[in-house]
Design a protein around this ligand. Structure first.
Ligand SMILES: [Zn+2]
Length: 136
């Protein structure tokens, strides 16, 4: 009734992925979680990998570039607007609804602009005060 160190034994077994690479050699990636494959070779995650690949392809280069130019807080607004545009073009969103979404998006952007302008103004005032701008 010797208690085998079960945990450490299975740990060393799980260290290397059981998958085979495209060139036929054994995958040297480390196993993630309880399975015997790495993320790239786990058959249970094939659907997940496909979905990730499709999602990557669906993000057009233009949309991805536009997203980078927009501040993080406004990205959901941009994405909604792009989806609305697609829907309006395809006829799946009523024109009135698209217009309403556009108005709300404009309002959100306006609030954001006031916020950033206020922030920049305060920074300018602080810089001026630090330079002894009280003489003005
Ligand atoms: Zn692998």
């Amino acid at each position: 009734m010797a208690t085998e160190p079960e945990a450490s034994r299975s740990k060393s077994k799980q260290a290397q992925c059981a998958g085979t690479r495209k060139d036929g050699t054994r995958c040297t990636a480390r196993v993630m979680g309880a399975g015997s494959f790495c993320y790239a070779h786990d058959p249970a995650r094939a659907a997940e990998r496909d979905a990730a690949r499709r999602k990557g392809g669906a993000n057009s280069a233009t949309a991805a570039r536009a997203e980078k130019l927009v501040p993080a807080v406004l990205r959901p607004v941009l994405i909604t607007l792009l989806q609305t545009l697609q829907g309006a073009k395809a006829g799946t969103i009523e024109p009135r609804r698209a217009t309403a979404i556009g108005s709300v998006a404009r309002a959100i952007v306006a609030v954001y602009q006031v916020g950033t302008l206020e922030e920049r103004l305060q920074a300018l005032e602080a810089a001026q005060a630090a330079q002894g701008g009280s003489a003005a």
